[in-house]
Design a protein around this ligand. Structure first.
Ligand code: MRU
Length: 333
């Protein structure tokens, strides 16, 4: 597989270093965070973003909290209030909770956070292996948002699938839609794939139907922030529209995710909480106002794609297609 040439998350005792994704693609800068509040703010303001990367950062955040004497229950609560949709955040915090509740020291918490990081890396590698088989040679693959090395421990989810096919010697072209409002496609996916030598073209969100009509898209691969037990999947706002368009044009949509993104406690996607983010992300781009002063704005950050429009779930535990609910139940064991 094609490995990334950069690291999104690094940790040394007491200091979490994050590639600042709010500055990409123009500046490749890192921030060093040595207190809980800075880490929580980095998650809220999307210095670090993407479901698995949020979970990993929160786990390290608890270790930093322990080192700096923050009461652990307060630290846990602060991190839980950062972003509601990606279940990986709560999954990681739930995994850390019994340790600190038992009085674990900072080194023990750091060791568990490192394990979460390494497991996420292994999950990405498993998705890349499925991608090496599933994506046809010569395919043009649409992706939405950024579900790459910037969103995970190292390889990505959707982009791990693409990295797997590319690394297997297949010719893969990626269409990255810009992904308004925060532009994770134009800014982040384009930066990441160009940096790693994978062919990428940015298109406007509104151009997807045009390219499908021209027969220029073979499939879509996206990540997910939470997958319900029936296969409904929450991901970046706009994913539902992409999947609907692909379904209409008889092209497959695949969703790639580690098992930590699957929430078997939710029967369907209707129960997934959708984060509503600040209005300025919609009415202003990089300091430039693009909508009239005083206009009403809505900014849901995620939407839910119904299982019926998802042709396959590419999971670290295996590939699920057909009856997604039955496949997930089977993998849940
Ligand atoms: O708001 P973001 O940038 O955190 O949203 C990220 C996404 O929706 C990703 O597609 C998702 O987390 C899958 S990532 C591996």
């Amino acid at each position: 597989m094609t490995a990334p040439s950069f690291l999104t998350i690094r940790y040394e005792p007491g200091v979490l270093t994050l590639l600042d994704q709010t500055k990409l693609p123009t500046d490749e800068t890192y921030v060093r965070l040595a207190d809980l509040e800075s880490i929580a703010k980095a998650i809220e303001t999307m210095v670090v973003r993407g479901a698995p990367a949020i979970g990993i950062s929160a786990a390290y955040g608890l270790a930093v909290a322990r080192r700096t004497g923050v009461p652990m229950a307060d630290a846990d609560l602060r991190l839980r209030r950062t972003r509601p949709t990606a279940v990986n955040l709560f999954w990681a915090l739930d995994r850390m909770r019994p340790l600190w509740a038992d009085g674990a020291d900072a080194e023990t918490l750091e060791a568990e956070a490192h394990r979460i990081y390494q497991e996420d890396k292994a999950s990405s590698e498993a998705m890349a292996r499925i991608g090496a088989e599933l994506i046809p040679d010569g395919a043009t693959v649409l992706t939405h948002c950024n579900a790459g090395a910037l969103a995970t421990a190292e390889l990505g989810t959707a982009l791990a699938v693409i990295r797997g096919a590319h690394g297997a010697g297949k010719t893969v072209r990626v269409l990255a839609d810009e992904t308004r409002p925060v532009l994770q496609g134009a800014r982040l996916t384009a930066w990441e794939l160009m940096k790693d030598g994978i062919d990428v073209t940015v298109i406007a969100d509104g151009a997807v139907a045009h390219f499908l009509g021209q027969g220029a898209i073979d499939c879509a691969v996206t990540g997910a922030d939470r997958i319900a037990a029936n296969g409904d999947a929450a991901n970046k706002i706009g994913t539902r529209g992409v999947a609907c368009l692909l379904h209409h044009h008889d092209r497959p949509t695949y969703i790639a995710a580690p098992w930590s993104t699957v929430d078997m406690s939710l029967a369907t996607g209707d129960a997934i909480e959708i984060e509503e983010r600040p209005a300025h992300e919609v009415h202003t781009i990089r300091g430039q106002r693009i909508a009239p002063e005083g206009v009403k704005v809505r900014n849901p950050a995620f939407d839910v794609t119904p299982a019926g429009w998802i042709n396959g779930l590419i999971l670290d535990r295996g590939y699920v297609t057909g009856d997604l609910k039955a496949g997930l139940a089977n993998l849940a064991g």
